[in-house]
Design a protein. Structure first.
Ligand code: SF4
Ligand SMILES: [Zn+2]
Length: 365
């Protein structure tokens, strides 16, 4: 899989990341993070494993322009596998299994990347999961290259897990190859995603597709359009679930730097609502997830501060197919401000004094 990289973007990301990690110092102690929620049908346990870190982020590509997960990974001081297993065991045993369990094990990288999750650790984790009879679904995450190049690892995982269903989350973010390369620095194309989904489905593996809302260098309106188009493409390719993730500002990332210079702002909650509404209207049965990190805060998707909770609630209602008011301007006066923003011709925004990086906007003619 040849790398699709924008050298200026990648070198800027590497520089910012290294600067941040250096200043942060060596005393970080990554720990397993866990959260349990309940729905009518199941108990959902989410764990973030403190593994070495995403190889894409640790490579000379610097990783994705928005992602700061590597800040909390163990990197060159790996945590012994026994400690990670002990912690998974501890959190699994704390749950009273009154319902089937859906287990989400995320390592802030790729579960099938043996540099991040070595084979022995992966097999031991699978063994632990198998010993918990209530688990019906294991959800992990991976970049497409591991689905395409490490099929043996996927086969082995899927075979050992049976009858537990395997779900793989892929961070597609955008279906536009220019945006993937020049905004997100993902290093793969929509074709790689398409082949990965095909490969997973041939093994009866579910695919969850993450769509990141509002790439750097795009306007609010361009970002809305991109997310809608990306969802259409992902559904056409056959994703089972779509998870919308409004971009939030993480330390040491390119979007953090752009935000400091007032050249980036996370998406409005109105934008998220408008995307979710369009997609729900178009695909009434599609499984949609939207649980924005830092919603309502300056570093996450937000509105004026007064209506944020109301709009988050509207997003939840749209997802479950409930009716919401037709006239959204009655919810808050900031709706009209947002409307002006998204309806103003793009050229007005482009005429600002833009940084060199801003000129990388792939939609510039
Ligand atoms: S978004 Fe995923 S692939 Fe990109 S750097 Fe972060 S963990 Fe790695
Ligand atoms: Zn408001």
């Amino acid at each position: 899989m040849p790398l699709k990289r924008n050298k200026l973007l990648a070198s800027t990301i590497v520089r910012l990341r290294n600067q941040y990690l250096k200043q942060r110092g060596p005393d970080l102690k990554p720990r397993l993070w866990s959260n349990t929620t309940e729905t009518e049908q199941s108990i959902i346990i989410t764990m973030v494993l403190p593994t070495r870190g995403c190889s894409w982020a640790l490579s000379e590509s610097g990783g994705c322009s928005v992602c700061g997960y590597v800040n909390d990974s163990s990197r060159d001081r790996p945590i012994p596998s026994e400690q990670i297993l002990e912690q998974i065991n501890y959190f699994l045993n704390r749950v009273v299994p009154t319902k089937p369990i859906e287990l989400k094990l995320f390592n802030s990288g790729s579960f099938f990347d043996e540099n991040d999750v070595p084979r022995t650790l992966r097999l031991q984790i699978l063994d632990l999961v198998k010993k918990t009879p209530e688990v019906i679904l294991l959800s992990v995450e991976s970049r497409p290259e591991y689905l395409l190049n490490q099929q043996k690892i996927i086969d082995e995982t899927n075979r050992l897990l049976k009858p537990i269903k395997l779900e793989i989350g892929i961070g597609l973010e955008s279906s536009n190859s220019a945006i993937l390369k020049d905004c997100w620095n993902k290093g793969f194309s929509i074709e790689d995603y398409r082949k990965s989904v095909k490969m997973a489905h041939s093994q009866d593996i579910r695919i969850k597709t993450y769509i990141l809302i509002k790439p750097p260098f795009l306007t609010e309106a361009e970002a809305i359009y991109d997310s809608i188009m990306t969802t259409f493409e992902a559904v056409k390719i056959g994703t089972n679930v779509v998870s919308f993730n409004p971009c939030n500002i993480q330390n040491g990332t390119l979007v953090h730097e752009l935000t400091k210079k007032d050249r980036y702002q996370p998406p409005w909650l109105w934008s998220i609502l408008s995307i979710v509404q369009s997609i729900r209207n178009q695909f009434p049965d599609l499984e949609i997830i939207c649980e924005p990190t830092a919603a309502g805060k300056r570093r996450g998707t937000h509105n004026c501060g007064k209506c944020d909770h109301k709009v988050l609630d509207l997003i939840d209602r749209v997802i479950i197919n409930e009716k919401i008011p037709d006239d959204l301007s009655t919810i808050c006066s900031c709706f009209s401000k947002w409307k002006v923003l998204v309806e103003t011709p793009i050229e007005v925004f482009r005429s600002r004094n833009l940084s060199k990086l801003r000129l990388l906007n792939p939609l510039n003619e």
